[in-house]
Design a protein. Sequence first.
Length: 202
Amino acid sequence: MVCKDSSHQTLYEWLKELSNVPNGIRTLTRTERKGKHTLTHTYRFAQALPLTDDADALLVNWCEWRITDQDGKQTYFNSWATSHRVTQDNVVALCEIARCRWKIENENNNALKTKGYHFEHNFGHGKKHLANTLTTLIILAFLFHIILDLIDHYFQAVRGALPSRRTFFEHIRALLHYLPFGSWDELMKFMALKNNIHLNSS
């Protein structure tokens, strides 16, 4: 999980103390060429730090990743707490995984909240498992739309012809209010035709 000094003050107080201890905080530095630019990746990590100031605080391992350009300007920075032991051999992989996790989580959540899925709507009504059921259906719909976006040429073409995912869903909703379609393919082909999209049926 993301672990910053503003939200985990106790842990960072320990890190401050460890910075005065030889090898208390380990560092790994790598350089990377991207075209004409040189980026420096600096990884720091430490083990068994208390997450809070409680006597029975959970002990976690910590790592951070900082990227700077050839002028010393910082282009990326983040830090995390993990239950995995962090070493010279795996700190790069752990940081990359943590960064991807954050990216996936935020991009998926953003799509579900703002692109027509209405995921942030409160389904706090009904009995027992209604909210979980509706949430599961939304996530399944999102999954199928991702699959269609990868393999369905008509879906790809129609989505590309419309300005946003929200507009795409609004068009589908309006069409299904008034017209019957025998299959998903018929709906996509109809929308492609009306958007002057011509694709082979294969």
